[in-house]
Design a protein around this ligand. Structure first.
Ligand code: FAD
Length: 544
C-alpha cells in the first residue's frame, strides 16, 4: 500500500474509482520506487512564496479543493518520465508536469482536472547539464531555478561574464517560466525567444529532441534552433503536447556596463505621449532591454499598504489620496524604468538623447538615476534585475492587503499610446466598478507590450474571491470586444480566454484539437490546459 495519513479524502480522476486509482498508483510506485509516489491527502495549507504547496493552487480563486491532484510523483530522469507517461496511458490517468510549481497568479502547482497525478520534475531533475562559456548558452533540467542557475554560474567562476534574465521573483523554474512564455527585464526578457533546443517526452512516451538535437552527433543543438523541416518547439509552450525534460537557454554576455534610470510622468493622461516616445526608442534599439511603464499607485504598493490610503465606498484608493503618496514618494502618475547597456560613455549619450525625447513631448518628466534616490528605492532592485541578479523585493507587494493573493489579467497591447491609453481606461473603470484598484504595468517589447495587471484579493474572503473572479471574467470579455487578447491566464480562465481567439470560427482551436487527438489519443497529458481538451473530455462539462 502507498503510505497515507488519511488526512484528506484523495481526489479521484474521471473514469476511476478510489480502488482503481489505488491499483494504478501502486503500479506507478513499482516503476518509480515506493518513496517517489505520494498520495495527495495532506491538508490544503496555502504556505507562502518560499513554501509553495504541491497539494493545490495556493493563490486559489475557486475553492482550494477544486484543482487538486490525487498524487504527486518524482521521476528521476527522462527515461522515468517516459515510463510514467506510458503508465498514464495504460491506466488512463491524467497527468500534470511541473518544473517547480510556482506559477502563482496563473494556477500555482495545481492541475486543471481534479485527481490528475502531478509529476514534480524539479525535485530530482534539477541539474545544470552544461555551460558553454564561449557561446554563452547552457543546457538545463526542469528544476533549475533562476536563483540556482545564478548561483551555479557564480560557483564555476563565470557569473560576471554570463548573466541570466530574472523575472520579478527568482524562485521559479527557468524552463517552466519559458514554457509559459514569461517575461523578465534584460535584453533577454522574452524568455521563450531565448530558449535554444529541447528534449521532449511525447504524450505516448517517445523521447524526441528538437532542432539540431534531432541529429545524432550534432554539436549545434544549443547553437542553431531550427534543424531541418518543421520547427516544432512552439507547440510545447502553453500546451499539452509534451513534457520537456531538457532545454537550452541563451545567457547574456556581460555588456560592459549598465545604466538604469526612472522617469516619472506627472499626469495620468501622460501615458499616451510616454508610449509614443518609447516606441521608436524600442524599435530602433536605443533601449535594448524590456523596460516598463507602471502606474504610480502600483509603484507605491512596493512601499505602502492599502491602509496607508483613503478608500472610497467601493474600497478603491481615492485619486487625491494616491496623489498625496505619489508626491511624498516624489514619483508620478506613471513611472518608467529602463536600462541601457554598454560602456558608460555610450550609455550616457543614449541617456541624454532619451531625456530630450521625453522632454519634448512631456516637459515635466522627472528623471532619476541610482545616486538620486534613497536606499530603499526600487531603482536599486531594478539595477540588480537588469544585471541578472535575483532579488526578492517584489514580495513586499504582498503586504498590500492581508492574505494577499495575485491573479494576473495580462492582455497584449500594441506598442502605441492609443492602445495603451484605451486599455488602461477601460480596465481601470471595470476594476473600480468591482471595488478593485487597477494596478497596471506595461512590459515593453519591440512592437508589443504585456499589459500585466495584478489583481490582489484576500484569499480567505470567499465573497471577495467571487468578486475578483466575476471582475476578471468581465475584463476578458471587455478586452475581447475590442480585439484584445491575453498572453497568459489562470487555469480557471483558460477556457474563456481560448474562446476569445476566435478568428474564422475558432479555426485555431480546431487545429489544436487535431494535434491533441493525434499526439495524445488517450488524452492523458494535461487535459484542459490552454482550453485544449482531449476528445473524451469535450462537451462533457469540464469547461469552465
Ligand atoms: P511551473 O509552475 O513549474 O510551470 C509553469 C507551467 O508550465 C505549468 O502550467 C506547467 O504545467 C508547465 N510546465 C512546467 N514545466 C514543464 C515541463 N517540463 N514540460 C511541460 N510543461 C511544463 N512571471 C513572469 O513571467 N515574470 C514575472 O516578472 C513574474 N512576476 C511575478 C511576481 C509575483 C509577485 C508573482 C506571484 C508571480 C509572478 N510571475 C511572473 C508568475 C510566476 O510566478 C512565474 O512565471 C514563475 O516562474 C512560474 O512558475 P514556475 O517557473 O515554477 O513554473
Amino acid at each position: 500500500r502507498l503510505a497515507t495519513e488519511n488526512r484528506r479524502k484523495v481526489a479521484v480522476p474521471p473514469g476511476h474509482t478510489a480502488k482503481s486509482l489505488e491499483e494504478a498508483l501502486l503500479d506507478l510506485a513499482n516503476i518509480l520506487g515506493q518513496e517517489w509516489v505520494k498520495l495527495n491527502d495532506v491538508p490544503l495549507i496555502d504556505g507562502d512564496y518560499h513554501a509553495v504547496p504541491l497539494s493545490h493552487d495556493s493563490y486559489h480563486i475557486l475553492d482550494p479543493g477544486d484543482f487538486v491532484a490525487s498524487a504527486v510523483c518524482w521521476p528521476a530522469n527522462t527515461e522515468e518520465v517516459s515510463k510514467t507517461v506510458v503508465w498514464a496511458n495504460k491506466w488512463k490517468v491524467p497527468i500534470w508536469p511541473l518544473s517547480i510549481g510556482r506559477n502563482l497568479g496563473y494556477g500555482g502547482s495545481a492541475p486543471r482536472v481534479r485527481g490528475s497525478v502531478v509529476l514534480d520534475l524539479g525535485r530530482r531533475m534539477n541539474k545544470v547539464l552544461n555551460v558553454d562559456v564561449e557561446n554563452a548558452v547552457c543546457l538545463i533540467e526542469p528544476g533549475v531555478q533562476y536563483v540556482t542557475l545564478y548561483e551555479y554560474l557564480q560557483s564555476i567562476g563565470v557569473g560576471n561574464d554570463l548573466w541570466i534574465d530574472v523575472p520579478d521573483l527568482p524562485g521559479g523554474s527557468v524552463m517552466g517560466n519559458a514554457l509559459d512564455r514569461g517575461v523578465g527585464y534584460t535584453p533577454y526578457g522574452d524568455h521563450w525567444a531565448h530558449h535554444i533546443g529541447m528534449e521532449v517526452v511525447t504524450p505516448t512516451g517517445e523521447i524526441i529532441r528538437t532542432g539540431m538535437g534531432s541529429m545524432e552527433g550534432s554539436e549545434c543543438w544549443q547553437l542553431f534552433r531550427y534543424g531541418f523541416g518543421p520547427h516544432q518547439d512552439g507547440i510545447f509552450t502553453q500546451s499539452n503536447f509534451g513534457i520537456v525534460t531538457k532545454m537550452g537557454m541563451e545567457l547574456l554576455p556581460n555588456p560592459g556596463g549598465v545604466r538604469v534610470f526612472m522617469a516619472a510622468f506627472p499626469k495620468y493622461a501622460d501615458l499616451h505621449e510616454a508610449i509614443e516616445v518609447i516606441r521608436p526608442l524600442m524599435i530602433r534599439k536605443v533601449i535594448g532591454n524590456v523596460p516598463m511603464v507602471r502606474l504610480g499607485l502600483q509603484d507605491a504598493s512596493l512601499y505602502k499598504t492599502r491602509d496607508d490610503f483613503e478608500l472610497d465606498e467601493r474600497g478603491v484608493v481615492k485619486p487625491e489620496s494616491a496623489q498625496k503618496v505619489i508626491e511624498e514618494l516624489n514619483t508620478g502618475a506613471w513611472v518608467f524604468y529602463a536600462a541601457l547597456y554598454g560602456p558608460d560613455e555610450v550609455t550616457l549619450a543614449k541617456y541624454q538623447y532619451i531625456q530630450e525625447q521625453f522632454h519634448r513631448r512631456i516637459p515635466n518628466t522627472k528623471f532619476y538615476q541610482r545616486e538620486d534616490v534613497p536606499e530603499n528605492h526600487y531603482l536599486h532592485n531594478y539595477a540588480r534585475f537588469t544585471t541578472g541578479i535575483p532579488t526578492w523585493r517584489e514580495l513586499d507587494r504582498m503586504k498590500w492587503i492581508p492574505n494577499a493573493a495575485h491573479l494576473f489579467f495580462a492582455p497584449l497591447s500594441a506598442n502605441n499610446g492609443k492602445d495603451a491609453g484605451r486599455q488602461a481606461n477601460m480596465f481601470r473603470a471595470r476594476m473600480e466598478e468591482y471595488g478593485f484598484n487597477y494596478l497596471g504595468t506595461f512590459f515593453i517589447g519591440t512592437r508589443a507590450m504585456h499589459h500585466v495587471i495584478s489583481f490582489m484579493y484576500n484569499r480567505k474572503d470567499v465573497a471577495e474571491k467571487k468578486k475578483a473572479l466575476a471582475c476578471i471574467r468581465a475584463l476578458i470579455a471587455d478586452a475581447a470586444s475590442i480585439g484584445v487578447g491575453e498572453y497568459r491566464t489562470h487555469l480557471a480562465l483558460q477556457d474563456q480566454v481560448a474562446k476569445t481567439y476566435n478568428w474564422n470560427n475558432g479555426a485555431i482551436m480546431k487545429f489544436n484539437e487535431q494535434l491533441k487527438d493525434a499526439l495524445d489519443p488517450n488524452g492523458i497529458l494535461q487535459p484542459g490546459r490552454s482550453g485544449i481538451w482531449p476528445k473524451d473530455y469535450r462537451g462533457k462539462g469540464f469547461e469552465l
